[in-house]
Design a protein around this ligand. Sequence first.
Ligand code: G
Ligand code: G
Ligand code: MN
Ligand code: NA
Length: 252
Amino acid sequence: GAADDGLFQRLAHVTLETAFQPIVEATSGRLAAWEALMRNHERAGFASPLALLDFADSIGALLPLEKLMVRTALEKFVAQPDRGGLQLFLNLDSRLIGEGEGLVPRLCDHLDDAGLAPSFLCFELSERFDLTQHPDFRPLMERMRQAGFRFAIDDFGAGVGEMKLLCDYPVDYVKIDRYFVSGIGGSAPRRHIVGNLVATAHRLGVAVVAEGVETAEEAEACRDLGVDFLQGWFIGRPEIEVPQARTFSHLR
Ligand code: G
Ligand code: G
Ligand code: MN
Ligand code: NA
């Protein structure tokens, strides 16, 4: 319809950018990883990557959009001289991880070209796609983890299904939703919930990332509770510029 025509016009103006946001080791402040976040040029004006992704999905263009996004992210990252030991976290739509056209083999090729091992990539699983409804996904994840890829549960606690994922899916990280991090220093419920999640995750051999850390107080509370990694505006905002390996000394 007319509204769609307008969207098509806007899609013609989309210029994809990749923003990178740092993830640091909670105790040392050492840079551990970057999360790649899709951005688009303001002339296209999709307010959020989700709006752009939903539209691409509605016209059957989700796969090419995400492939372009991954390629852009990898190219930017690989241009870095100082990338040793760092990981890249990706928010790929889980349907594409499992699809038949070979996103994963392609990824392996890209990584190979760049001299990177699969363990360099960590896929963030989100509730937007209910993995538990797709029995093929878990064996795929197991194969991918054996190949070295990593998985994280994104926005942990914000939805309803994450506990099931933690129970039955082979993940490497849980990323605690910022709802539980915001004001954690002054919130006994948050401290109990995060403390218990850390204990549970560690027993399962899973590392914990706190998302949305906006203040020094929140960073300190998370660290005191045994959270392994910190991410949020206090550490660093998502930035379009090519990432540099740095130490985040204001954390110590
Ligand atoms: O960065 P921002 O807060 O605007 O991101 C909004 C949402 O879009 C987040 O939930 C994030 O996980 C998701 N997102 C960001 N980049 C990508 C991407 O490349 N692919 C997919 N599928 N989701 C993304
Ligand atoms: O769903 P996902 O966790 O991938 O979404 C990540 C989004 O959260 C990013 O788009 C980013 O812009 C946003 N974000 C990252 N750090 C912070 C923060 O410290 N505070 C707030 N309010 N948003 C953040
Ligand atoms: Mn994410
Ligand atoms: Na998240």
